[in-house]
Design a protein around this ligand. Structure first.
Ligand code: NAD
Ligand code: MG
Length: 383
């Protein structure tokens, strides 16, 4: 039995992680669960999976969580400190980080420092703090959950790093693929979160619509696979069946394919280096008439170019870009700015930022705050 902690258990990845656990009886046992504010669901999950601990980050829900779990053996705690202590807890073998945003970086660092393996969905950990995370993550200590990175990770099993020439991250193109810039001027949050192939949390859904998600993934791949940005390419694969590709120095290309279902890369991360059976849908080859690959038009998706620029600049630039993006996405979802203001805000914040070459964690916290502040100031001035 592998003992697991799931940070962000009430979110899209967190819930699917628990589905994988339930689908493999006898393989995993839940040590602890943590979430931000969905207290009713967290309590139900803790009860169902007999978690030893349950942590709610928002302290206002402590009393309710305690009441809901009063007749169980689950220990209850609340607040950011409790969440961080859970990440560093020595008991579980594996920590699944399914938190969203910069808030996920510190738990990733703490879990790795405590010697835990981390199944990582929280790509923002690597975007903002890849230079701090990767030195702690030797020997496959991080197993990626993000489908593209899981695909590359699978293609690289048994290969030497020197054999890799380049990689292609595939993108679905999101809900706005094929639209022109003027057509995106009045795009609404409802349209932006209606993804054609995946059901995900709101933040990553908007990131997919702007294609900042692919930008974040380029930076994530740079750190995970130690590749220069020139060796990381993006192609739109509308069907979301080819999850990514690796070109080797002899010209051979390996890809990982499957129907779009996050439970497959999640299960792989949980059972790695083994594979286990799964009831995930199989590719219906007889009905599949094509697999298409198309380059991205950067004029429609400015965020992708901004992310390459931030990654190549390095230092604190990806962190400030990430902060501006998180803040801009939040303002878009609450109707304060328009869809196309998202890249404008990010570019404004990046242009203002004075890059710090090797920021430590507390410096990144400052950079994150600065990025959010500048993003809000810009939006206020314009609005
Ligand atoms: P989500 O919004 O559905 O869930 C986020 C979870 O984190 C929730 O449980 C929430 O309670 C918790 N949380 C959020 N902020 C928190 C905070 N400050 N403190 C403590 N807990 C907090 O998000 P999601 O779609 O599951 O995505 C999670 C991560 O996985 C993101 O980094 C995303 O980019 C990545 N990812 C998601 C998918 C997907 O299909 N959903 C695919 C690939 C990668
Ligand atoms: Mg992805």
């Amino acid at each position: 039995m592998k003992l697991l902690t799931v940070l962000g258990s009430t979110g899209s990845i967190g819930r699917q992680t628990l589905e994988v656990v339930a689908g493999n009886p006898g393989l995993f046992s839940i040590y602890a669960l943590a979430a931000n504010s969905r207290v009713k669901l967290l309590a139900e999950q803790a009860r169902r999976f007999k978690a030893k601990k349950a942590v709610i980050a928002d302290k206002r829900y402590y009393g309710e969580l305690k009441n809901r779990l009063a007749d169980t053996n689950t220990k209850v705690a609340a607040g950011r400190t409790a969440l961080c202590e859970l990440a560093a807890d020595m008991q579980p073998q594996l920590v699944v980080n399914a938190l969203v945003g910069f808030a996920g970086l510190e738990p990733t660092l703490l879990a790795l420092q405590a010697g835990k393996k981390v199944a990582l969905a929280n790509k923002e950990s690597l975007v903002a703090g890849g230079h701090l995370v990767m030195p702690l993550a030797m020997e496959n200590k991080i197993i990626p959950i993000d489908s593209e990175h899981s695909a590359i990770f699978q293609c690289l099993q048994g290969e030497r790093a020197e054999s890799v020439e380049s990689i292609v991250l595939t993108a679905s193109g999101g809900p706005f693929w094929g639209r022109t810039v003027p057509e995106l001027e009045n795009a609404t949050p409802e349209e932006a979160i209606r993804h054609p192939n995946w059901r995900m949390g709101k933040k990553i859904s908007v990131d997919s619509a702007t294609m900042m998600n692919k930008g974040l993934e380029v930076i994530e791949a740079h750190w995970l696979f130690k590749l220069d940005y020139d060796k990381i390419k993006v192609l739109v694969q509308r069907e979301s069946i080819v999850h990514s590709l690796v070109t080797f120095i002899d010209g051979a290309v390996l890809a990982q394919l499957g129907m779009p279902d996050m439970r497959v890369p999640i299960q792989y991360a949980l059972t790695y280096p083994q594979r286990m059976t799964s009831s995930a849908a199989r590719i219906p080859w007889s009905k599949l008439d094509k697999l298409s690959f198309t380059p991205v038009r950067e004029d429609s998706f400015a965020c992708l170019a901004l992310a390459y620029r931030a990654g190549r600049t390095g230092g604190s630039m990806p962190a400030v870009m990430n902060a501006a993006n998180e803040e801009a996405v939040g303002m878009f979802l609450s109707g304060k700015i328009k869809f196309l203001d998202i890249p404008r805000i990010i570019e404004f914040v990046m242009n203002k930022h004075k890059v710090i070459a090797v920021p430590d964690y507390s410096c990144l916290v400052e950079v994150d705050r600065e990025g959010r502040l500048l993003a809000r100031e810009y939006a206020k001035k314009k609005g």
